[in-house]
Design a protein around this ligand. Structure first.
Ligand code: FAD
Length: 415
């Protein structure tokens, strides 16, 4: 069996290793277009804040790790797939034949479509190459403008602040992390950042970036004073890497649509990770959950199915955990609530603590939390368990911090 995996990020590497475990004889080739050994983007903030060196971002540390497992890591860019001949074509004319193909190509950052977005000194923060550029410009005291305070923007924010950059964050939405946090939580994160010297402007759109010469930039916003900057970082969103699939018949919506076996609409072509739009555990619908744990789960399940085993996927639970300048926040499942559902809320603004639980009937279906770290496993367990809370629902409506007790009680009852 010839397995070809496109993309050498966490999804590609996890799938290759899982395939090797279940099929010791098959040939496993991973094609990746970045020059470095397979690495984890999620380690980039630690590189920027100086906690690790570049090698610390590598997914596997031993240089002979892949050779020892008889996994070929090949550098190259796939430009076309031809399902009828089961061929993946590479830039330069080479091609690879496959029996089972996994697309694990992740996504790429979008740049704002405004004048000046392509100036030197304006960067996304997505690859190791980006991180090197940012590190060279974001020294202590330098002025940095971060466009976008979503999940990725808020993660980078921490690293930039630790480097001592003078930071301004611009967010189009009316609060920070608007697609992950409700108003109370998003506004508390903003207050927390401001109290630590970060300027945060919400409901603000960037109109233009101007080159002032001498490596200086000016960021013009639609409402408010322009801001001068040594570096502008864009974190405004991503799009899946799917261009090479044109003409294949692989169904693409927000990402590549995969079934409960992680197979695409084309037989023997699978997809995993940030590029895949798979089952959403909470809604039963389809969603792109662009986090590393989902990439790894997708990859393991896809690999088992590619190898001919039957491994259904129950869907990924939306779960994002953020550490913003030391304030830990999290969102789970249907954190925004469901129609006809009930909400338990406890806000302690002075202590920067907040807990908001969402119920559908007497089942916990989502949550936002801030400043609470001890209950994350319990919230996840209760949502994934999908079990009726019975009398515990009223107790949680009165005091949501009793979530751990509720979890233990339900675990005993359903054991
Ligand atoms: C700064 C930052 C911080 C993050 N922090 C967190 C975090 O704290 N927690 C978390 O869970 N997630 C985090 N993430 C998200 C996480 O990194 C992604 O969910 C994860 O990398 C997805 O893995 P993947 O393998 O699907 O895609 P990727 O890691 O993007 O890997 C895909 C690879 O495929 C390559 N490729 C694309 N097209 C082709 C082609 N045609 N031919 C060959 N190769 C190709 C790409 O260049 C890339 O190397 C962070 C991301 C960033 C950018």
């Amino acid at each position: 069996m010839r397995y070809v995996i496109i993309g050498a990020g966490p999804a590609g590497v996890t799938a290759a290793e899982a395939l090797r475990r279940v099929d010791p004889q098959g040939s496993v080739t991973v094609v990746g277009d970045e020059p470095e050994p397979p690495y984890s983007r999620m380690a980039i903030p630690y590189l920027l804040n100086g906690r690790i060196e570049e090698q610390g971002t590598y997914l596997r540390k031993a240089p002979d790790h892949f050779d020892k497992q008889n996994i070929e890591i090949r550098h190259g860019r796939v430009t076309r797939i031809v399902p009828s001949t089961r061929t993946a074509e590479l830039e330069g004319g080479d091609f690879l034949d496959y029996d089972r193909l996994l697309i694990a190509t992740g996504s790429q950052p979008l740049m704002p479509s405004i004048p000046g977005a392509d100036l030197p000194g304006v960067h996304p923060c997505w690859t190791l190459a980006d991180a090197r550029q940012i590190a060279s410009r974001a020294a202590a005291g330098r002025r940095v403008v971060l466009i976008g305070a979503g999940f990725i923007g808020s993660i980078i924010l921490e690293a930039l602040a630790v480097r001592g950059a003078a930071l301004t964050v611009l967010e189009m939405g009316d609060r920070m992390v608007p697609r992950m946090m409700n108003e109370q939580a998003g506004n508390l994160i903003r207050r927390w950042c401001e109290a630590r010297g970060v300027e945060v402007r919400v409901s603000t759109q960037v109109a233009e970036i101007q080159d002032l010469g001498n490596d200086m930039l000016r960021v013009v916003v639609t409402d408010g004073e322009p801001i001068e900057a040594d570096l502008v970082i864009s974190a405004v969103g991503v799009r899946p890497n799917v261009d090479f699939l044109a003409g294949t018949g692989v169904e693409i919506r927000t990402g590549i649509v995969v079934d409960s076996r992680l197979q695409t609409s084309v037989h023997d072509i699978y997809a995993a990770g940030d590029v895949a739009e798979g089952r959403d555990f909470s809604t039963g619908g389809y969603a792109v959950h662009a986090v590393q744990p989902t990439a790894a789960d997708h990859a393991r399940i896809a690999a088992l199915n590619m190898a001919g085993l039957s491994a259904p996927y129950q869907g990924s639970l939306l779960m994002n955990v953020l550490d913003t300048l030391g304030l830990v926040s999290a969102s789970f499942g249907q954190w925004m609530g469901v129609e006809g559902g009930e909400t338990a809320e406890l806000l302690e603004p002075d202590a920067y603590r907040y807990l908001c639980l969402q119920f559908d009937g007497d089942v916990l279906v989502g949550a936002n939390s801030l400043g609470h770290t001890d209950h994350i496993g319990a919230v996840r367990g209760l949502i994934q368990g999908r079990k009726s809370l019975g009398a515990w629902k009223d107790k949680l409506l009165k005091n949501p911090t009793r979530i751990m007790e509720a979890y233990v009680a339900r675990a005993k009852l359903y054991a």
